[in-house]
Design a protein around this ligand. Structure first.
Ligand code: ZN
Length: 547
């Protein structure tokens, strides 16, 4: 009888354990990481970094962004809101504010002041994000008892994931080499951040040399070190290893140079470990949430392109950073008590010049002021003396709406005619795939297929432009023979890793199509909390059920 009661007790206890939520969720974003890197660099990874997630967690191999533009701000917002720019409103890193007639940044907020550095870029908050995040929902469901901390090198990489209710977000101030925050979150830096800043790790890295982690002859997954497709730093003859930061720092912006090397990841990984301890994450009664966005892979990727030894080295080193972070989570929070997910905010295109040299279509599309001037000149024939195009951003054109305000018979400008002229002109240009007017996009459904659907889901009626265009595959906006970017609707920009690992997560992988908006609702189901307010994604049932 006694034995029986003990057994019942055990069963009840086990059932309760199964229902227990993770003590901590760590949401990792690797800025600009392609799914392909997991395979291409796999042989160079250790067993306990990326591979720990790949072999002991659940890996989606066919996960994509489902909108354009595939940029950093929208990417981070979409991961954590389970929504797209049409709804969460983060339509770019920057965009044209029609009423203010200025360019605005996705996280800038003039009402805030920096905390931790007087001159730092700290007038920042998530106020332009129109939906709740999964981190907000965790806060709401726990009556704000859960702790939420967001960290990154880039401000937007820390602020958007952490959401509106975060305890704090911290980002790197490249003027002072310190992690800072804003008055939106705190009145002063906590002691653990002050102590971390006092270590002056950034300064240490600035006096180091960046050489390859493994002997350079082993980097057979990448192109030659001396490549014509890589941007050189000031003061170097060739874009080759080793890079002596001590010698290069003055001419290349000091800490701005440091974050263009894997030392930026080293610094953030150390800061993540400091945050775990400093904030006692995963030690309370409620689930806590730490978001960590590694920015340096993006900054290096833009300069060097996806086939550079520099980028391979970044991932080999990041793999070791992850291993160290996971070990820390094991010891601090407990092996079966936390849940990690890892994804990226977008992937990246090949260097267009390298495609051209290989006789693959691609190119650099001239945009910005040069394109605006060209279009305004072209429109002079029809509308003399008028400057119709006010700005261009994120493959969109903003009209000077004041010109269309009056009666077209007196103003001489008809919106329909102007739209038609510009659309046809753009469509005729080499590199342009499709052009859509605002009225066409308005008629598009949210779940529409093809390029139009990708634009519709990324298009916010209040914030986006009057005309949107998409380039042909392999083309990027701007740039030159060296370096590359992202932003398109094509798979090289949309296909990113989604890896889940830890408490409540089955082992396995799935090649089923999933969108980036599925991460947040999956977490909602796992945590048994509400979906974020603008959520359009669906829970990834394979991860939860193991089927
Ligand atoms: Zn990014």
């Amino acid at each position: 009888m006694k034995k029986f009661a003990v057994l019942i007790c055990l069963f009840v206890h086990q059932a309760l354990l199964a229902q227990e939520k993770p003590k901590l969720i760590v949401g990792i974003v690797v800025d600009q990481m392609r799914q392909e890197y997991l395979y291409r660099f796999e042989r160079k990874f250790g067993e306990s970094g990326f591979k720990r997630l790949m072999s002991q967690g659940f890996m989606l191999t066919n996960a994509h962004y489902n909108y354009v533009p595939t940029y950093t701000g929208p990417g981070h917002a979409s991961i954590f809101t389970g929504s797209t720019p049409a709804i969460h409103g983060i339509i770019g890193n920057d965009w044209w504010d029609r009423s203010l007639k200025i360019s605005v940044n996705c996280v800038e907020d003039a009402r805030q002041k920096p905390i931790g550095s007087v001159e730092g870029n700290g007038d920042v908050s998530p106020w332009r994000l129109l939906s709740t995040t999964i981190t907000d929902e965790l806060k709401l469901s726990s009556q704000k008892k859960s702790k939420v901390i967001g960290i990154s090198i880039k401000d937007r990489g820390a602020v958007l994931p952490a959401g509106h209710l975060a305890d704090a977000a911290y980002w790197f101030d490249s003027k002072t080499g310190k992690f800072i925050s804003s008055t939106y979150y705190v009145n002063a830096l906590p002691t653990w951040v002050e102590n971390f800043n006092a270590l002056k790790l950034g300064e240490t890295y600035l006096n180091k040399e960046w050489n390859t982690f493994l002997p350079i002859s082993q980097y057979t997954e990448s192109g030659p070190d001396d490549s014509p497709y890589e941007q050189k730093w000031k003061g170097v003859d060739k874009p080759i290893f080793p890079y002596d930061l001590k010698r290069l720092k003055d001419a290349n912006g000091n800490y701005d140079l440091m974050i263009q090397t894997p030392f930026g990841d080293d610094l953030l990984a150390s800061f993540a470990e400091a945050a775990l301890k400093g904030e006692n994450l995963g030690k309370g009664d409620q689930t806590d949430f730490l978001t960590v966005s590694f920015s340096s892979p993006d900054i290096i990727g833009h300069r060097m392109g996806p086939n550079s030894i520099e980028v391979e080295d970044v991932y080999i080193r990041l793999d070791r950073n992850l291993e160290s972070l996971f070990n820390k989570l094991d010891s601090e929070v407990g092996k079966s008590n936390y849940l990690v997910f890892l994804t990226a905010d977008h992937a990246v295109a090949e260097v267009p010049q390298s495609l051209k040299d290989d006789r693959i279509p691609g190119g650099n599309f001239v945009e910005g002021k040069a394109m605006r001037d060209e279009l305004n000149t072209f429109l002079q024939k029809q509308f003399p003396g008028k400057k119709l195009i006010e700005y261009d951003y994120n493959n969109q054109l903003y009209f000077n709406q004041d010109l269309f305000a009056g009666d077209p018979r007196t103003s001489g400008i008809d919106l329909l005619i102007a739209t038609d002229l510009i659309t046809n002109y753009l469509q005729s240009k080499e590199g342009v795939a499709q052009v859509f007017s605002k009225s066409t996009l308005k008629q598009g459904g949210y779940n529409e297929a093809g390029i139009k659907g990708m634009i519709v889901r990324g298009y916010n009626y209040k914030r986006s432009g009057d005309i949107a265009y998409e380039l042909e595959p392999g083309w990027i906006g701007g740039g030159g023979p060296q370096g590359t970017t992202h932003g398109s609707s094509f798979s090289y920009d949309t296909n990113v890793p989604i890896l889940f690992y830890g408490k409540g997560i089955q082992k396995g992988s799935s090649a089923k199509y999933h969108t980036i908006t599925d991460i947040a609702p999956t977490l909602s189901v796992l945590l048994r909390i509400k979906f974020p307010s603008g959520c359009t994604g669906q829970p990834i049932t394979e991860i939860i059920d193991g089927k």
